[in-house]
Design a protein around this ligand. Structure first.
Ligand SMILES: Nc1ncnc2c1ncn2[C@@H]1O[C@H](COP(=O)(O)OP(=O)(O)OP(=O)(O)O)[C@@H](O)[C@H]1O
Length: 247
């Protein structure tokens, strides 16, 4: 039951999630719902006001270093050490997580190939496009072979071909017993690749379970709209449609 309170704002209100090995969980919700807040508490980046997180029995807050070895994370608003080359960033991420230099170099080559970044590894990450930065960050999140990947909007800025590539990489990871928890605004994508989903609105979980149970015969998008009422026609902005009017 994770809660995060900022002043008078309850950004996450007793959010509870259970993620099993080999499962693919999507976290969805409108802007400002509390997805990033929740994922950041799960990965140990943001201290909850109350609540606990454990990964394979390891408490994320009382045993941070051990938990961080089990978790791979792609945070929101990436702040990469972008004065490093892609190869250096992978090396740094791997070695910091306790992977040997030899294993890092072999894994880096394989990850670069999987993400289509081979020719970019020698270039500074600051010169990468937004999508390439996302891909190198994803590769960095995986280099220590974590048990759980917690990814905040991993598909944002990624082109369609790379997206199917990344999907394949994640599906293989899950197939091998890893767990993915990811947020996304693409309900279509969540419906396609996730087996579980949690819908958060105003900091609270309003629906949770297998994707099929939550969508209940509808598409996940239809279900989401029905639950959140986000399709209500918006009034106002009439002035915008009369842009030639100088009044
Ligand atoms: N450091 C902070 N201080 C105060 N309020 C915060 C802070 N971080 C987040 N919030 C608030 O908490 C709420 C949840 O924010 P959060 O970033 O978790 O939403 P989100 O679901 O990830 O949204 P989005 O889809 O736009 O990324 C928002 O109202 C936000 O303004």
């Amino acid at each position: 039951m994770l809660t995060k309170i900022y002043g008078s704002l309850v950004a996450a209100n007793e959010v509870s999630m259970e993620v099993h090995a080999g499962s693919f969980t999507g976290v969805v919700g409108p802007n400002g719902a509390g997805k990033t807040t929740t994922l950041s508490m799960i990965t140990g980046l943001l201290r909850p006001t109350s609540g606990r997180v454990t990964v394979s029995g390891v408490d994320v807050w009382s045993d941070g270093p051990a938990a961080k070895r089990l978790i791979g994370t792609l945070p929101d608003r990436l702040r990469l050490f972008d004065r490093l080359t892609g190869a250096q960033l992978l090396y740094y991420s791997g070695v910091l997580h306790g992977v040997s230099a030899a294993a890092v170099s072999q894994r880096s080559a394989e990850l670069a190939e999987a993400f289509g970044l081979e020719s970019a590894l020698g270039r500074l990450v600051s010169d990468y496009s937004a999508g390439m930065q996302k891909k190198i960050a994803l590769a960095c999140s995986m280099i220590h072979a974590p048990e759980v990947l917690v990814l905040d909007e991993p598909f944002e800025a990624i082109d369609p071909v790379s997206a199917s590539n990344v999907t394949e990489i994640l599906e293989k990871y899950v197939g091998g017993g890893g767990s993915v928890v990811m947020s996304s605004h693409s309900l279509d994508l969540i419906q396609r690749i996730c087996d579980h989903v949690t819908i958060i609105v105003d900091g609270s979980v309003i629906a949770q379970g297998t994707v099929d149970a939550v969508r209940d015969g509808m598409s996940l998008e239809e279900r989401f709209v029905a639950l959140t009422g986000t399709s209500e026609s918006k009034k106002g902005l009439e002035w915008l449609h009369g842009f030639s009017d100088s009044a």
